[in-house]
Each structure stands twice: as structure tokens, then as C-alpha cells.
Design a protein around this ligand. Structure first.
Ligand SMILES: [Zn+2]
Ligand SMILES: [Zn+2]
Length: 217
């Protein structure tokens, strides 16, 4: 990968280290206008010449123990500096970019999973929808939707695997129960109260366990 514009923009010109995203406070230091941005690029390299020289400069000129960090506006590319009274001041507001990237990747993955599920639903591929529902590592929201789709399609072939799966998440479990109820309704079936096998609603004797069934009206 070559150097992109974005890369160049986020390198400190004084020390060539990567600038950090820093959550800008609502107040501002110098211009009276506010930063009007959720973050600024700031050089947090304590060995940066700009930073080191600023301490020297402030002490020699004003006798003050403070310095400046190099700063760049993310939109305009305008450069400036932020005063700091110590090495670790402001560091708590550094935005964790790794975590941020992970979150973005997760949102993307969820979007893709939803799209896949929708495709299966359009194709009425109930086995594929079932697989997504039963995937314990899948996204909760996607699994909820999968349960809903199975209820809507009413395909009785997925019912057994669906109700026999152990769902740890109570919300998903509830959705699955609702979907199972819908499937039963569409197929005029029910669970045998004795052996839990799927039987015709109007059956007098369970074909699986042979026990007599009370007729519900
Ligand atoms: Zn620097
Ligand atoms: Zn039975």
C-alpha cells in the first residue's frame, strides 16, 4: 500500500510520528470560535521536537513550566498548537483508533449479515435462515430477525431443530417460541403434551408415544 493523502495528513511534520485523534473539548484554547469538530489530530510523542522546544521556549521566555503539542484540524488541515501543563495532560481524551476501527468493522459485518438474511428470505431458503438463527456466535439482532422470518414463512421442516436448540438469550428464545406458535398454526399442528413431538392438532392419539390426547376446542 502506498502513502495516501490521509496518511500524510496524520503525520506530525516535526517528528514524523503518527498523530493521534484527540476528542476536542467544547471550550477552546485560542481562537474563541471553538473547534467545531468531534476530534483533532494531536502529536502525543513526548520526544517530538516541537513539543520539547515549546517547554524550553516557555520557560526561557516566561519562566513558565508548560509546553505545546502540535495540533492539526482534521477538516481544514490547519495546524496549530494546544498548551499543556504536563506530559499526561489530555492523554485521557485520546481516541482509541483500534477500538474505533473494530466497532466500524462490526457494524459493517452486521449490515452484511442482515443483507444475507434478507436474500435468504426473498429466496425462501428456510434452511439457510435456520442456520443463521441457530448460530450462537451470530449477531443477536440478526438471529431475532431470522426467528421472525421463520415464523412468517411457516415451513414446518425447520420447527424441530428450532425448538430443540438451547437459546441462552431470553429475547431470542421468546421470539423463537412465537415463531414456533405461528408455524404450528399454519400447519394445524401442535406439540404432544406427553412427548413433545409434532402432531396434528386434531389427533386423538399421538403417533409417536401412543398416548391419548385430550381434545382442545
Ligand atoms: Zn510530533
Ligand atoms: Zn406424544
Amino acid at each position: 500500500m502506498g502513502t495516501t493523502m490521509e496518511d500524510k495528513k496524520t503525520i506530525c511534520p516535526h517528528c514524523n510520528k503518527k498523530l493521534s485523534k484527540w476528542a476536542a473539548p467544547n471550550f477552546n484554547f485560542s481562537d474563541g470560535l471553538g473547534w467545531c469538530t468531534p476530534f483533532l489530530y494531536v502529536c502525543f510523542n513526548d520526544e517530538c521536537t516541537f513539543y520539547k522546544n515549546s517547554w524550553k521556549h516557555m520557560y526561557e521566555m516566561y519562566g513558565q513550566e508548560m509546553g505545546y503539542r502540535f495540533m492539526m484540524h482534521p477538516d481544514s488541515g490547519e495546524t496549530s498548537s494546544v498548551p499543556v501543563g504536563g506530559k499526561n495532560v489530555m492523554k485521557g481524551d485520546i481516541i482509541d483508533e483500534v477500538r474505533e476501527a473494530e466497532e466500524e468493522a462490526e457494524i459493517e459485518a452486521r449490515k452484511r449479515a442482515f443483507q444475507t438474511l434478507t436474500d435468504y428470505y426473498i429466496r425462501k431458503d428456510t434452511d439457510a435462515i435456520l442456520a443463521m438463527l441457530l448460530d450462537d456466535n451470530g449477531f443477536g439482532s440478526v438471529r431475532l430477525k431470522a426467528a421472525e422470518h421463520l415464523g412468517e414463512t411457516g415451513n414446518i421442516n425447520v420447527l424441530e431443530k428450532m425448538v430443540n436448540h438451547r437459546f441462552v438469550n431470553e429475547v431470542i428464545k421468546k421470539k423463537v417460541d412465537e415463531a414456533a406458535e405461528k408455524i404450528h398454526k399454519k400447519n394445524f399442528t401442535m406439540e404432544c403434551p406427553h412427548c413433545a413431538e409434532i402432531i396434528k392438532r386434531r389427533a386423538k392419539i399421538c403417533k409417536h408415544c401412543g398416548r391419548e390426547l385430550e381434545q382442545s376446542v
